[in-house]
Design a protein around this ligand. Sequence first.
Ligand code: GTP
Ligand code: MG
Length: 306
Amino acid sequence: MAGLWSRLSTGLTKTRTAITDRLQNLVPTGGRIQKETWEELEEILIAADVGVEVTEELIDAAKKERAASVADIKAVLASKLEEILEAGHDTPSTPHDSPLVILVVGVNGAGKTTTIAKLAARYRKEGKKVLLAACDTFRAAAGEQLLVWANRVGAEVIAHQEGSDPAAVAYDGAQAALARRADVLIVDTAGRLQTKKNLMQELAKIHRVLAKTRPDFPQETLLVVDATTGQNAMSQARLFKEAIPLTGIVLAKLDGTAKGGIAIAIQRELGIPIKWLGIGEGMDDLEDFEPKAFVAALLENSTEKP
Ligand SMILES: Nc1nc2c(ncn2[C@@H]2O[C@H](COP(=O)(O)OP(=O)(O)OP(=O)(O)O)[C@@H](O)[C@H]2O)c(=O)[nH]1
Ligand SMILES: [Mg+2]
C-alpha cells in the first residue's frame, strides 16, 4: 500500500517496536490467553507510557470483547485507542482570520525553536507570509538561532536586544504582524521550568500583551513537550496549563523514544489536544496529529517494513 510506511511510521519506530514486537510474543502459537497474558499486556502498555488509566481501559475492552489471540488484542487496541484519541482530538487553527498568532512555550530544550522553524516552513510552503517574534531574550544565542531558521524558510523576524522584556517583543511582533499584513505570527519564548512561578507569570504577561493587541490573539498557545522525558511531561503540561490557556501540545522528539504512548496519556488525562508531532531535527519533520494514522503507525507490524 503506497505511503503505508510513512514518515510518521519511521518516527514511531522505537515505540512501535517496543509495543508490537512484545505483543507478537504475548501468546505462543496455538496457545491461549491466560491471566499472565493480561499482566504482560499491562506491563507493555505501561512501559510505553500509555498511562495507567488508559492501560486499564484498553485491557478491560479486550477482555470484554473476549479477545482470544494476539490479533484480537491488537484489533481491540487499535479501535479503542482510536476512539480515545478521537474523543480529545482537535485540528490546528488555520490562518483564515489572519494573522494567526501562535505562542510557543515549554521547558528548556524541549524543541520549541525547532518546532517554530518547522511550522514556519510549512506555512511558507502554503505561500503564507510568516513573521517570527524572538521573545527568548534570555539565552544569548536564541535570537541568532531563530534568525538562521527564518532566513532558511523565508520568514521575517522581530527581535530586541538580549535581556530586554519578552512581553515588549511580543507586543512589537503583534503590531508588526498587523501592519505588515502577515498571515502567521509565531512567538518563540525562552525555555522555563514549569515550577518557576515568576517565569510562569512572565508567560502569562506575554499572553496578555498579545490579547491586548487583538482579543483573539493568540489563537494558538502550543506547549512543546519532549517525548523522551516520559512522565515528567504530564507535570509540565499540568503546570503550564495553570499559567496560560493552552490550546494544544506539540510532542517533539517522538523519533527518539520508545515511550511515544505518552501522547495518549497527555491527551486523555489532561484534556489538551495533541496537534503536532516532531519526528526529527529537519524542517520537514513535523506531522499533523491524526488519531487514525497515529494508531496505525503505532501498531503495524515492524516486519511489514519494505
Ligand atoms: N530527534 C529530534 N530532535 C529534535 C526534535 N525537535 C527538536 N530537536 C532537537 O532538540 C534540541 C533542542 O531544540 P530547540 O528547538 O533548540 O529547543 P528549545 O525548546 O527551543 O530550547 P530552549 O530555547 O533552549 O529552551 C535541538 O538539538 C533540536 O535539533 C525532534 O522532533 N526530533
Ligand atoms: Mg529555543
